[in-house]
Ligand binder design. Structure first.
Ligand code: UD1
Length: 422
């Protein structure tokens, strides 16, 4: 398996183009199941998770063609007829976001059989909220043989969905299903992430009637069919935040081209408190850290709060800050898997339940490390950029799930980083 080798200690400077958002692109791809007509998606990142979703959709009957290059690249997805309403275990197990086909399949065909995703490195991650939302729209749900079996023989009908807890994926499934349900649906305690707004905008371009995207209440008037549309995926706010921290941890300056301040407000507030300068430019955001870093507390929350997907990266940053930082994870249990690996590089971190106390050290030291999930892996790359000596990050298939051309983008700003085939 390939690994990433980093020689630390260089300050990074330059420009990095932000790719399309993985977490926006995945549900957008699933909307192709809702229509007989073509959906053209621009700015889809080239990532392993995107290929996994494409593979899943192809077996459901979606024809997927890529055309053009660079910023002109378009993914055309057409599903004239569904070939299968079953999402098999082998494909779902690779990527939890596969459960996003549940809502669209039910809405289009009145039935869906989707394998339960199973365990995952960052916690239990149940799907109960997805299932209760489908029931609120009139589906009958059974769990048999490890599969969710959902049926709505007379089609889905509009309903009131009141989520007990904010869930990005369940809100997306509910929105896609409600778009084709008969009558009005109201989704309460909806997630407000920019990826939800992007999904709503794409569905609206396809002819859906949706109000309230970006607030906690979504109103959907079901329509009988959706039509062809073209949509551009929003820039990846987690990739943006990750490279912002690469600039910060190396005392460098990186302009993040295409980044949007409004998608990262909470993270930017915390970065600024930590001594990092974040300024809007005509092209995106310029991130600089020239006067050192201060220990700063952060707590993960649903949007617009500080994202759980940046917690590991921010922890890497805090390992070399002046003073201490308390990082509290409220979204996922078991999301501190990077802590023992950062400790191998000399970090001083104590975990108590869902909080980690990080006491800054003067210098990290390079080491061979290995991570168990996507954001944990990239936090080790960030630590490696700041460390003295060489760091080897193993199991980088996690990185390939979510970061497009990571080593090329960092090397372009002066990092000594390479992929070593094994
Ligand atoms: C999405 C993102 C992921 C991000 C997460 C939180 C994608 C593809 N992934 O994941 O990168 O870390 O949002 O911002 O967009 N929960 C339940 N029951 C459910 C569903 C969720 O209890 O049916 C819980 C989860 O275990 C978790 C919390 O709700 O504790 C939030 O999870 P959710 O927002 O659903 O995350 P995902 O959509 O899976």
């Amino acid at each position: 398996m390939d690994m990433i080798r980093v020689q630390g200690g260089r300050s990074l400077s330059g420009r990095i183009g932000v790719s399309g958002a993985k977490n926006a692109a995945l549900p957008l791809m699933a909307t192709s199941l809702l229509s007989r007509e073509a959906l053209d998606l621009a700015n889809v990142p080239r990532l392993a998770d995107i290929s996994s979703m494409a593979e899943l959709l192809r077996q459901h009957g979606v024809d997927i063609q890529q055309s053009g290059d660079g910023s002109e690249r378009v993914m055309r997805m057409s599903c004239r007829d569904l070939a299968s309403t079953t999402a098999p275990y082998d494909l779902v197990r690779k990527m939890r976001a596969s459960v996003l086909v549940l809502g669209p399949l039910l809405a289009r065909a009145g039935e869906a059989r989707v394998s339960l995703p199973g365990g995952c490195a960052i916690g239990n991650r149940p799907v109960d909220l997805h299932l209760s939302a489908m029931e609120d729209l009139g589906a009958e749900i059974d769990i048999t043989g490890g599969f969710i079996e959902a049926k709505a023989s007379r089609g889905l009908r509009g309903g009131k969905i009141a989520f007990a807890q904010v869930s990005v994926g369940a809100t997306e499934n509910a929105l896609m299903a409600a778009a084709l349900a008969q009558g009005e649906s109201v989704i309460l305690n909806a997630a407000r992430e920019p990826e939800i707004v992007d999904l709503a905008n794409c569905l609206i371009a396809m002819g859906a009637k949706i109000e309230g995207a970006g607030t906690d209440t979504l109103r959907v008037q079901g329509v009988s069919a959706l039509h062809a549309a073209r949509h551009t995926v929003i820039p990846d706010r987690i990739e943006t935040g990750t490279y912002a921290m690469a600039a910060a941890i190396t005392g460098g300056a990186i302009e993040l081209v295409g980044a949007r301040e409004s998608h990262l407000t909470a993270a930017n507030v915390i970065l600024r408190k930590a001594g990092v300068t974040v300024d809007e430019t005509p092209d995106g955001l310029l991130v600089k850290a020239v006067n050192g870093l201060h220990g700063t507390d952060a707590m993960t929350e649903p949007f617009p709060g500080f994202p759980t997907d940046l917690q590991a990266q921010f922890m890497a940053l805090m390992t070399v800050a002046d003073g201490a930082a308390m990082l509290t994870e409220t979204i996922f249990e078991n999301r501190f898997m990077h802590v023992p690996e950062l400790a191998r590089m000399g970090a001083n971190i104590t975990v108590h339940g869902s909080s980690a106390l990080v006491r800054g050290v003067r210098q990290l030291r390079g080491a061979p490390v290995m991570a168990t999930d996507l954001r944990a892996s990239v936090s080790l790359v960030l630590a490696g950029l700041a460390a003295k000596g060489e760091t080897e990050v193993r199991r980088i298939y996690h990185l390939d799930r979510g970061y497009e051309r990571l080593e090329e983008k960092l090397a372009g700003c002066g990092a000594l980083i390479e992929r070593v085939p094994q």
